[in-house]
Write a protein that binds this ligand. Sequence first.
Ligand SMILES: Cc1cc2nc3c(=O)[nH]c(=O)nc-3n(C[C@H](O)[C@H](O)[C@H](O)COP(=O)(O)OP(=O)(O)OC[C@H]3O[C@@H](n4cnc5c(N)ncnc54)[C@H](O)[C@@H]3O)c2cc1C
Length: 322
Amino acid sequence: MSVLVYIEHAEGSVKKTSLEAISYAKALSEKLSSGDVIAVALGSISSDELAKAGTAGASKVLHVNDSKLTEGIIQAHAEAVAQVYKKVNATTLVLAKSSLGDAVASRLAIKLDAGLVSNVVELPDTSSGYKVKRSIYTGKAFAETQVNTEHKILAVRKNAVDLKTDGGSAAVEEVLLDIAPENFATKITSTDKATGEILLPEADIVVSGGRGMKGPENWGMIEELAHELGAATGCSKPVSDIGWRPHHEHVGQTGVKVAPTLYIAVGISGAIQHLAGVNSSKYIVVINKDPEAPFFKAADYGIVGDAFEILPKLTEAVKAQK
Ligand SMILES: Cc1cc2nc3c(=O)[nH]c(=O)nc-3n(C[C@H](O)[C@H](O)[C@H](O)COP(=O)(O)OP(=O)(O)OC[C@H]3O[C@@H](n4cnc5c(N)ncnc54)[C@H](O)[C@@H]3O)c2cc1C
């Protein structure tokens, strides 16, 4: 018996969300005595990097080192993970909620005849049955889902669990799989990466600007603060509609949903459609000159004042802290 974790990686590093999934799996296996936490990684990545999965709680990483799997071809990933799941005699698969994770998990639910719960925020309650709490309505409510199947797939929401960092180094084993060619029916021939230093959906800190920034010529202030904090930049919908910022930065109900540790909103009113994309953030800081701006109700910290005065001071303060 074991818990298997499907880990995602990009540019040579295991994603933080996957390390969180491992931490969740470790806590789950301790709670339910479900055996070892084993991770599976697909495609090209170094063994040293994979061994770091041990710090989050994995005892072993099975590495299917097939370069054809480096790009996230969904059918092939689902087939590979299903084979490994059966090989290690797992009863539960844990993964990070993400677009690739969602696509792979839904296919795996069919292949493994498993119950799938996505956006999981807590360990299951097993006092009567197997109930899993998940976030719904873009983070505005929670639902409890009863899972009745023997096999279970749990997709953990970003920032829902504390990242464990006190484990050791995981043993990394190479695994050869026979993945039938029909699983590679699609091929990613090229990818256009969004510009910017850090990708918005995965960023741990986001600095986002709204119409209060007055125009694209003022975005240097947002970018400078973001640069100092190691953050991605975002914006409200009207800002991308007017063309001040590219569409992939638009955050909200109709844009990117983010769940960073820190979301800094500058000159954004806090309309419900914007909040729908940010209310899973751990901490929200709002800078707005209007003390009645709705965003303050959702904020952990608020600064009432002119963004053009506050942003340079904040950036200087961050620089001074370094
Ligand atoms: C179907 C639908 C879907 C939508 N989806 C989204 C979505 O996904 N994302 C989204 O963002 N919006 C979305 N919207 C639009 C949303 O309703 C709001 O209109 C929008 O979020 C407002 O953007 P804003 O806060 O940048 O601009 P405004 O509402 O114009 O607010 C600007 C804010 O800046 C402040 N400000 C002005 N000057 C300064 C200054 N010098 N210093 C500090 N603060 C200042 C003002 O006090 C104000 O609060 C959607 C709307 C609809 C109808």
